[in-house]
Design a protein around this ligand. Structure first.
Ligand SMILES: C[S@@+](CC[C@H](N)C(=O)[O-])C[C@H]1O[C@@H](n2cnc3c(N)ncnc32)[C@H](O)[C@@H]1O
Length: 199
């Protein structure tokens, strides 16, 4: 019992330290930034680096759980000398908890997120009502949530969650914001995309 409590306390302390470090880094990197394009689960950063390069006026942030993928993203960013782009190694909910409150999202992008096909793992999917709430809270009317997946059940799940959500409305006529093949997209024969607008 004592061991579990101590292990739990150590984990909480680690989480608090990660959050404090992220908060400090974000505050330093994003001083003066008011609006961003946010990509969750950006992998190697292919899409976001291309997007940031052709949209120098848009400040872009990509996060991923895996350090070496973020390292690859940072190498791409450095090669192209991009000032309007930051990659962070972070878990989605920890990152959202650490991001300064004042920052608004113009667009949120999810490209080929892990589908977690077994029902008992669905709670690990990035698209959850709580996540859509948090993104809606940080997005002004007309801002976009863009989702693309090769996995039909996860795509249907996302469409259902968006349809149920009071603050998002699927826009069938919206264009995908920018085409550039991601690593996972290059492995897939087909995929499905949906764009929703903040009501
Ligand atoms: C299938 S890959 C897709 C990567 C990239 N978007 C692409 O299309 O090539 C999913 C990515 O999401 C990241 N990921 C999964 N869950 C995450 C979470 N909770 N927070 C941050 N990143 C996460 C994984 O580490 C992985 O790199």
């Amino acid at each position: 019992m004592t061991e579990i409590t101590e292990a739990h306390a150590r984990e909480l302390a680690k989480q608090a330290a990660r959050k404090a470090e992220l908060l400090g880094t974000c505050r330093a990197d994003l001083a003066g930034v008011e609006r961003i394009l946010f990509e969750a689960g950006c992998g190697h950063g292919h899409w976001l680096t291309d997007y940031a390069e052709v949209n120098p006026g848009v400040f872009c942030i990509g996060i991923d759980l895996i350090s070496w993928r973020i390292r690859k993203g940072n190498e791409k960013k450095a090669k192209r000398g991009l000032q309007n782009l930051h990659f962070y190694k972070a878990e989605l909910s920890e990152f959202l908890g650490a991001l300064p409150e004042a920052i608004r999202f113009d667009r949120t992008i999810l490209l080929f997120p892990d589908p977690w096909p077994k029902a008992k793992h669905h709670r690990r999917r990035m698209v959850q009502l709580g996540f859509l709430d948090e993104v809606a809270r940080r997005t002004d009317r007309g801002g976009e949530f863009c989702f693309r997946s090769d996995d039909r059940p996860y795509f249907d799940w996302t469409v259902e969650h968006l349809n149920e959500h009071p603050e998002w409305e699927i826009d069938e006529s919206a264009q995908w914001p920018y085409e550039s093949e991601t690593y996972f997209q290059s492995l897939m024969d087909e995929y499905h995309s949906v764009v929703a607008k903040r009501k």
